[in-house]
Write a protein that binds this ligand. Sequence first.
Ligand SMILES: *Cc1c(COP(=O)(O)O)cnc(C)c1O
Length: 505
Amino acid sequence: MASISDNLSHIHQEIDKALSQEKSGRKVRLLCVSKTKPDEMIKEAYAAGERCFGESYATEACDKIERLKAAGLNDIEWHFIGPVQKNKTRQIAAHFDVVESLDREIIADRLSEQRPEGMKPLEVYIEVNISGEEQKSGCAPDDAEKLIAHVRSKPNLRFTGLMGIAQDTADQQKILQEFSMLRDMFVRLKKSNPELVNLSIGMTHDLKEAIACGSTEVRIGTAIFGPRVYAQPRLGDSAKLSFIGGGNMASCIFRSVLKHCSPRNITVSGPHVEKLEHFRQDGAAVTSDNLEAARAGSVIFLGVKPQVLTGVLEELAASGTDFSDKLVISMAAGYKLSSISRILHSERLVRIMPNTPASLGEGITAVAYGSGVSAEDKELVRLLLDGMGKSVEGSEQDLNVIGVIAGCGPAFVYRFMESLISESVKHGLDEQASREIVEQLLKGSADMVIHNQDTPVSKLREAVTSKGGTTFAGLTKMTEGHFEDTMHEAVEAALKRTAEFESMY
Ligand SMILES: *Cc1c(COP(=O)(O)O)cnc(C)c1O
């Protein structure tokens, strides 16, 4: 394996090569991104001459900074580049020289207020969401100017830069387009903000594109320190889980999380305690007091119906509990993250849409993350859901589509099975035999699809359909009966209903 100093000389060469094309004589700062990496690696990079380091996780970072200062590494410039959580601003204001990831006014207020006396103003870059991906942090491009004005009004902050993260894609044109958008904004805003000198764009995989688009600072982790390995999260004994609402899906998730968490650390609430008896028998605490359950948990599952969720959230919010300390996971269909955050004042939110086969560990669960969810939170969510089958992560819009295809889907499939069973019975087979035949049919057909990943499903269909044969005759009738149109209309109707629900909350 190449040493860190070899990696660094290679990166500096890459930067110089990219710059040599433009013949401008300008320099690009290298920020060494050391998140998740041990002190020893930082010391090696320091010994090779590096003085700018970037970190993303506040607690980990502040511990490192203190240790390295104590070890005599006093002249490092520390940049915070991860999502800033409200309850971490004091630590960050006391330890960092630059915060690159500012994207909300409230964070600016707190950082300025909490910057310790005697330290020079905290340098701040505004992070702009240039990829337009919902789950990415950063303010919307249109909101940047207002946020900059706000930062400039703060006595202990100094606005000096813009930061952006391009979409993680192989599409070079898309990356160039996103970086150019930020560069244009940088050039325009510079005119009225003389202190704006930093354009922080470019990571390991898009360094060249970033420099071509005028980057003044690249943030490089992997190419210097190697790939990051995130420790397998374990729910330690201190992790407490709460379920508000104890219905079928809550039971299903409960069983999934029992693999990782002692039932002693779980509290379940619902209006009728007697209906929570099976949770109690499994060792969990049960209560009719939602607030008691919410206070007990560091992770809270909201399993109540969307119609009553607003009332429940308002009750929780009225208690004054700080929900940014808690990871809140909602399974209320059609209830938007923004509606939850409006009431709870936290962005550490997750929406999930499981489907009923999850109760057998064969489900497909759609997951959408709020902007305050950290990489560790995501690992935790994956861990908690792993007993339910597969999960797919996407935007809230994706979640709605998956909710229809996979959530309503079992009912569509059952409807199809019912028809086949009843046809079989009409022709004289008994009910039980008909059911067994149709069960095995669905299972076997699904396995054929799963085991032939390179074959389109239509090809599998053609393989059982010889022209003029029996299957062909049957399929022709399905086409004449507008099977495709029926499925299309079924999906559209369900999506429309989803949108109607979303607009209600
Ligand atoms: C982790 C991280 C980087 C470094 O990414 P690499 O692909 O490892 O170079 C840069 N910027 C931000 C905001 C990061 O979180």
